[in-house]
Design a protein around this ligand. Structure first.
Ligand SMILES: Cc1ncc(COP(=O)(O)O)c(C=O)c1O
Length: 387
């Protein structure tokens, strides 16, 4: 039996290697502290769980869901956009429910990419943009995110001949893995660029609600005319500690949303309606709840950055996301420094190179482990000496 080339060509998922390294240490009786995967340790809010309990008893929710999601769920997303971003959306045509943002992100290239077509993908980036393009038979052209540009795309650096052939562009702010944020001016540039070259613009906005120090992240749909060309992906995974429940959405251009709905409806049968109800509850969480939740990450962020700086790394506090992205010391690669931390102080971080070639020379630390583990991890890191 021969595997399809698209499967043969798949790189191992980034965190599989990390899990193996942790398991090996465990076999030796060593407990590692992992700042690896970004998966909130804080429980889903009680009100959201209670909503699931109640919804699960309603037989209406025991049948197949609609692929695009309950009208009530889409209305909740429309209300969120209106209250939070002052953006008007028609829930009937401009919003779709997703089985986590990842599902929509992976399926979107099937809507826009024919074999040989180009997708423009930032580097470093969440790996699914590239893999989705590969599954659709397309070619990924990477655009490097450079620290000197605040990890924003420099649109003038994109070759016009490549832009003319591109069918989609991915952007993601607040950004995983760099923690960078973008303002409306940047989004305006992205919209103009995509309009000039007739490119479908995909904005992954999964971290807009995970912000600190009063920073408020905008939506790309606030840009006048963005809806002509763009859709934006949202997720409740990080906003409301719900990675396990898989609730996301996409909103924007009705033709693009409809294309995603057509692909989805032929592949999956939508998200369990009882879980959509959880999503509706999570979308109504108060601003105070979100600020309090973010404050837990902010305190961790400050401690982690202080320790990294104390051992001589050039770490900076991001104003959003769950990640600290910092350069490795001179003479190291992402992988060699990651290995050194694991070997010498039993601490796991993610090598930046796992997010693309332009992530080489960086590591990422995630803030999603309990405070006692953060403290133990920082205690170990503080004993680490750069040689
Ligand atoms: C940039 C980015 N987009 C999308 C996702 C996936 O979100 P979800 O859990 O809603 O599938 C993640 C998860 O880590 C992410 O970092």
């Amino acid at each position: 039996m021969k595997l399809a080339k698209r499967v043969q060509d798949l790189p191992p998922y980034l965190f599989v290697g990390i899990s193996r390294a942790i398991a090996k240490k465990k076999e030796q009786g060593i407990e590692v502290i992992s700042f690896g995967i970004g998966d909130p340790d804080i429980p889903t809010p009680k009100s959201v769980i209670d909503r699931l309990k109640k919804a699960s008893e309603n037989p209406v929710h025991h049948r197949y869901p609609e692929s695009e999601g309950l009208p009530e769920f889409r209305q909740s997303v429309a209300k969120f956009y209106s209250d939070r971003f002052n953006v008007d959306l028609d829930y009937k045509t401009e919003i779709i429910n997703l089985i986590g943002a990842k599902e929509g992100i992976a399926h979107a290239p099937l809507c826009f990419i024919d074999p040989g077509d180009i997708a423009l993908v930032p580097n470093p980036a969440y790996p699914v943009y590239e893999i989705g393009t590969m599954f659709a038979g397309g070619e990924t052209v990477f655009i490097d995110l450079l620290e000197e540009n605040g990890f924003l795309i420099d649109f003038s650096s994109i070759d016009t001949s490549v832009a003319k052939k591109a069918k989609m562009l991915w952007i993601n702010y607040p950004n995983n893995p760099t923690g960078a944020v973008a303002n409306l001016e940047f989004y305006k540039e992205a919209v103009e660029f995509c309009k000039d070259f007739d490119i479908a613009l995909m904005h992954d906005a999964c971290y807009t609600e995970v912000t600190f120090d009063g920073y408020v992240a905008p939506s790309i749909l606030q840009v006048p005319g963005a809806k002509d060309i763009a859709i934006e992906f949202h997720s409740l995974s990080k906003t409301a500690n719900m990675t396990g429940w898989r609730v996301g959405s996409a909103a924007g251009n009705p033709d693009l949303i409809n294309a995603l709905m057509r692909v989805k409806s032929n592949i999956d049968s939508g998200l369990s309606q009882a879980i959509q109800e959880m999503g509706m509850e999570a979308l109504s969480l108060s601003k105070d709840w979100i600020t309090e939740n973010n404050n837990i990450y902010k305190n961790r962020r400050d401690k982690v950055v202080a320790t990294l700086q104390a051992i001589g790394l050039d770490a900076k506090a991001p104003s959003a996301t769950l990640y600290i992205w910092t350069k490795v010391p001179d003479g190291h690669t992402s992988a060699s420094f990651t290995e050194k931390l694991l070997e010498e102080v039993n601490v796991v971080v993610t090598p930046g190179s796992g997010y693309g070639t332009a992530g080489e020379g960086y590591i990422r630390l995630s803030l999603t482990i309990p405070d006692d583990q953060i403290d133990e991890g920082l205690n170990r890191l503080s004993k680490f000496t750069l040689k």
